[in-house]
Design a protein around this ligand. Structure first.
Ligand SMILES: Cc1cc2nc3c(=O)[nH]c(=O)nc-3n(C[C@H](O)[C@H](O)[C@H](O)COP(=O)(O)OP(=O)(O)OC[C@H]3O[C@@H](n4cnc5c(N)ncnc54)[C@H](O)[C@@H]3O)c2cc1C
Length: 596
């Protein structure tokens, strides 16, 4: 081994996995899922900034590959090659047997490419469209795993390099850039921020796009579209995260919410043959996606970041053909108007005015962060006050003092995570101890962090500083003595619990408990029906995860309920089918789909 070489990163050892070359036998198996295409010299198979038509497997000839991002910056091939432990030649050409694709090819949604791939001489390649790729991944377990792993690793490498995807032009510390970076980071989309105060190239871009005040940040999408200070929804739409074509005929199941409960329902439901649409107001992952490290999820002894766990679940669901529409809030559920006729359905009314029909609905909307009663809180949300601590926020508070409000497990995790970035973390806790609100292992972890201090019986009474440019200080009070203190702090994290996100069910007659959680199973028997265990008081509407009354507020529990509800969905759909066909109940029981 060359001792003078930079030690390869973790990615280097994965070069072969990232760029597998398929054997002749494997190519033959891929052939069943696509069709052969021929290209003339110089013809493009994929163009940067345009949606790719699916996955290519090169059969003969060679391809020249170059990469460029939304503002034309070339892929840092040398850095990429060094990171992979590969040569520049390895990186620049695709050879027969190699797979040319990106993870976006799985969804069939218009995700955009960062690569230009052109034929050198005549080229033959198999083109596998998105539906063929999904079928291949399921039918060819071993080969499918090699291909899927390659696609996931390629996306991880782009995120590591900060290359590809949209380019944000605006101040790194601005709340707008933080807001949009949060969406992109949580959705696993590579992106780059160019700060006009720090980057010489920015002035050229600003002159080119000439924004007026209030229009920053600019977001340049890989297809060249420029958005001026977009909302999260506008950005999501431009990136193809919002489904543009929703079926007009009914889905078997519409799942509302793509946290762990919704994603588990989607994976188990689609793998057992149900047609499924997931509607998610923000992005996949829910509260779990905001967790810096989940240490109590079965099978991950060293813990796993919530984003990684949820992003794998999202990919897995897409593999089984689940349709997703992210940044798509459900505003209202109508459980009466289309319940007569041969195929009764519930109607979901979306915030963008569209409607979706489904035979069964799974409510997996979890909980929303509680906003503590601090008079000027709203002025500082996103301007120094956050409800989660992701790597985006951690970067902003590097080597600074931060304050964290709350004494539960999520507060504990965030304190431990922030301790490795911030100079000092103060936890303000309302009660006199942590033992009744936090897991023992986290209390020990916090005690072992020299730069984390816990201040008991204390609450924040005021945020200080003009909202623009952002938080400058915090005043807090000891609840027992009434003594108040002011401290210069620019970053506060609020972890003060969550309320059920069930207001969109109002008007549907679904029984809730006194705190607004959705009642299910035995809890709603008084309605005169014999509901299935996770069914609500309205037939065909189920609830799983944190939004459900009596649920255990844990990732594992949410995933368990998501998996469990699928058998009940099959039972419900089979009963409904036999009722509408006039079949006898005994036949209905036999027609329940087998659960693997
Ligand atoms: C910071 C943090 C750390 C945590 N760490 C751990 C841990 O280490 N271990 C553990 O076991 N648990 C942990 N938890 C708890 C765990 O994350 C939750 O119990 C779990 O995420 C609940 O899953 P869920 O799918 O029921 O709901 P959620 O995760 O809340 O997901 C609900 C989803 O529904 C969406 N939604 C809401 N309303 C609508 C609507 N009207 N239309 C469309 N979509 C909508 C939301 O945007 C959200 O994405 C943590 C929680 C937090 C906040």
């Amino acid at each position: 081994m060359d001792s003078g070489r930079t030690p390869p990163s973790a990615l280097a050892s994965r070069f072969q996995q990232m760029f597998p070359v398929l054997s002749t036998a494997e190519i033959e198996r891929v052939r069943h899922f696509g069709k052969m295409r021929r290209f003339l010299p110089g013809e493009a198979l994929i163009q940067a900034g345009k949606p790719a038509p699916g996955m290519y497997v090169l059969i003969s000839g060679r391809l020249a590959v170059t990469g460029r991002d939304a503002v034309g910056q070339a892929l840092p091939v040398a850095a990429f090659a060094q990171m992979m432990g590969a040569t520049l030649e390895d990186m620049a050409e695709v050879v027969p047997g190699e797979v040319l694709a990106e993870i976006g090819a799985l969804s069939g949604q218009p995700s955009v490419s960062v690569l230009d791939a052109k034929a050198i001489g005549e080229v033959e390649a198999i083109l596998v469209p998105p539906e063929g790729l999904r079928a291949l991944l399921i039918a060819e377990a071993e080969l499918g795993e090699r291909i899927l792993r390659a696609l996931i690793l390629r996306r991880v490498a782009l995120i590591d390099l900060g290359f590809g995807g949209p380019v944000l032009i605006g101040s790194v510390n601005s709340p707008e850039v933080t807001r949009l970076s949060g969406l992109l980071g949580r959705t696993g989309i590579p992106f780059r921020v160019i700060d006009p105060d720090q980057d010489a190239d920015a002035s050229v871009l600003l002159a080119r796009f000439a924004p007026s005040s209030g229009e920053l940040p600019l977001v340049v999408i890989p297809d060249g579209t420029v958005l001026k200070n977009p909302t999260k929804q506008e950005l999501a739409r431009a990136l193809g995260l919002v489904a543009t074509t929703l079926r007009s005929d009914p889905y078997d199941v519409a799942i509302v919410g793509a946290g762990p409960a919704g994603l588990a329902t989607a994976v188990y439901g689609a793998s057992e043959g149900l047609s499924i649409l997931v509607l998610e107001a923000l992005t996949f992952g829910g509260q779990a996606g905001a967790s810096a490290r989940i240490e109590n999820y079965l099978g991950f002894p060293t813990g796993i970041s919530g984003q990684a766990l949820m992003s794998n679940a999202f990919t897995q669901a897409q593999k089984f053909g689940v349709e997703f529409s992210l940044s798509t809030e459900v505003k209202r559920l109508d459980c009466t108007s289309e319940m007569s006729g041969p195929d009764p359905v519930h109607v979901l009314h979306l915030a963008d005015g569209r409607q979706v029909r489904a035979r069964a609905v799974v409510v997996a909307t979890g909980a929303r962060y509680r906003r503590p009663e601090i008079p000027n809180l709203s002025q500082f949300e996103g301007r120094g006050v956050s409800y989660w601590a992701s790597p985006v926020e951690a970067k902003l508070c590097r080597e600074q003092d931060v304050v964290l409000l709350g004494g539960g497990n999520s507060a504990g995790q965030a304190a431990v995570f922030l301790a490795s970035h911030a100079r000092h973390v103060r936890m303000l806790v309302r009660g006199p101890s942590l033992s009744s609100t936090m897991s023992h292992y986290l209390i020990e972890r916090i005690a072992a962090c020299p730069n984390v201090g816990v201040i008991f019986e204390t609450e924040i009474v005021e945020f200080l500083g003009p909202p623009d440019p952002g938080l400058r200080g915090v005043r807090w009070r000891n609840r027992r003595t009434g003594k108040e203190e002011e401290h210069a702090i620019s970053h506060v994290f609020l972890f003060t619990g969550a309320d059920p996100a069930a207001s969109w069910l109002a008007g549907c007659g679904i029984p809730l408990d006194e705190k607004g959680f959705v009642r299910t199973g035995a809890d709603v028997r008084s309605t005169g029906r014999e509901p299935l265990p996770l069914e609500t008081g309205v037939e065909g509407i189920f609830a799983v995860g944190d939004v459900r009354c009596g649920s255990v507020k844990r990732v594992g529990a949410a995933i368990g309920e998501g998996a469990g509800v699928v058998a009940q969905l099959h039972t419900f759909l089979a009963r409904r089918r036999s009722a509408t066909a006039g079949a006898r109940p005994a036949e209905a029981a036999r027609s329940v789909a087998p659960i693997a």
